[in-house]
Write a protein that binds this ligand. Structure first.
Ligand code: C2E
Ligand code: MG
Ligand code: MG
Ligand code: MG
Length: 288
């Protein structure tokens, strides 16, 4: 009896695996056409100066609206795009699109664009960045590139040289999702990052989790001592903002301030913020 049940389970599992594999193949196929079909867009989330409450930057975040699946989150489609190699094409498009949008914003507002390590490993990456800047007219000082520590990339001399070349052109480099990778400290030592983004998973445990708070405090002290700016990701509640600011975190990002918004909302948002911040610097805008 047990043997039979085992075999039945095995068959079910097998079918389930087959179904998943088919769904995955279909997703890959649709993803290859998504850019051409105009299904991919960027949304923009404000990054706020914690001391003044003003927006100083927007992070560009990829969105895929697929007619039958609805909104597919980047956590699902970016890894697939990386595996099938189209992330390079996507990433170049994101870069151009983000620079073009940012060039229309006030001159003191910057744009942060996420990079896949695969983009950095391409020989023409610097040319792609330069083309995006030239086409849009965006000054390099207004562009920040976010890289994640999910793969050991600055250990790689070639990639380190690419990052240095970008930096020497006036572009800033942020280390994204800090604390979640496996080589955070060696990263900081091997490349002069301009900014460190403290991952949401740490911010979520503030206040209350003593151990996490001690680690975040130490990271903020460390960043300050090596002259690196800090952004806390995923700030959702006021006590998080207050504590992070008190510990010397320079910028914040999260639903407390605003959710990512479509490009056409940005100008309106900035105009509204102007009026609000004159009255009360720390007021959070209600969710749309
Ligand atoms: P990330 O770069 O760390 O982006 C921050 C993520 O946190 C975004 O999720 C954002 O919507 C979300 N977030 C912001 N504030 C809050 C908050 O208060 N609470 C919570 N729970 N979440 C918040 P999103 O847009 O789903 O992006 C997820 C990840 O996908 C990004 O993480 C990034 O690693 C990747 N990604 C997104 N766009 C791109 C892109 O254009 N290129 C590449 N290579 N990766 C991208
Ligand atoms: Mg990011
Ligand atoms: Mg991040
Ligand atoms: Mg993150």
């Amino acid at each position: 009896r047990a043997k039979g049940a085992g075999r039945a389970r095995y068959c079910l599992f097998d079918e389930e695996m087959g179904r998943r594999m088919l769904a995955r193949r279909a997703m890959e196929k649709d993803l290859r056409q998504a850019l051409a079909r105009g299904e991919i867009t960027l949304h923009f989330q404000p990054i706020v100066d914690l001391a003044t409450g003003r927006t100083i930057c927007f992070e560009a975040l990829a969105r895929w609206y697929e007619p039958s699946r609805g909104l597919v989150p980047p956590s699902e489609f970016i890894p697939i795009a990386e595996e099938i190699g189209i992330i390079v094409e996507f990433g170049n498009w994101f870069l151009r699109r983000a620079c073009r949008e940012a060039a229309r914003w006030p001159a003191d507002i910057r744009i942060a664009v996420n990079l896949s390590p695969l983009q950095l490993s391409r020989a023409d990456f610097i040319q792609q960045v330069e083309a995006a800047l030239a086409e849009s007219g965006l000054p390099p000082e207004r562009l920040e590139l976010e890289i994640t520590e999910s793969v050991p990339l600055v250990a790689n001399q070639a990639m380190r040289e690419v990052l240095c070349a970008l930096k020497s052109r006036g572009i800033s480099i942020a280390l994204d999702d800090f604390g979640t990778g496996y080589s955070s400290l060696s990263y900081l030592r091997s490349f002069p990052f301009d900014r460190l983004k403290i991952d949401h998973s740490f911010v979520r445990e503030i206040p209350g989790h003593g151990q996490t708070m001690a680690i975040v405090k130490a990271v903020l002290d460390l960043a300050r001592s090596v002259n690196v700016r800090t952004t806390a990701e995923g700030i959702e509640i006021e006590p998080q903002r207050i504590w992070l600011q008190a510990q010397g975190c320079s910028e914040g990002q999260g639903y407390l301030f605003n959710r990512p918004m479509p490009a056409e909302k940005v100008a309106e948002f900035l105009a509204g913020e102007c009026t609000i911040s004159q009255r009360q610097p720390h007021v959070a805008t209600p969710p749309r």
